[in-house]
Design a protein around this ligand. Structure first.
Ligand code: SF4
Length: 63
């Protein structure tokens, strides 16, 4: 899917790592323990949706 459609609210992210565990290769935690979409990542819609649903703070949105 288009990675530009995935948005992560950095203020809400608590760095739990759930999204990066579910959508490995799409999300990763940066040095500040905030999730980000990998620049060269591969993001399929189903796993991104699952990652979004798993986020405890609803920091991930898909436009
Ligand atoms: S699941 Fe949500 S809170 Fe956890 S690392 Fe990902 S964006 Fe942050």
């Amino acid at each position: 899917m288009d990675k530009n459609k995935i948005h992560i609210n950095q203020e809400n992210c608590i760095g739990c790592g759930s999204c990066s565990a579910i959508a490995l290769g799409c999300f990763s935690l940066n040095d500040d323990f905030k999730a980000e979409v990998l620049e060269n990542g591969s993001c399929d819609e189903e796993s991104v949706q699952m990652a979004k649903d798993s986020c405890p703070t609803e920091a991930i949105t898909i436009s």
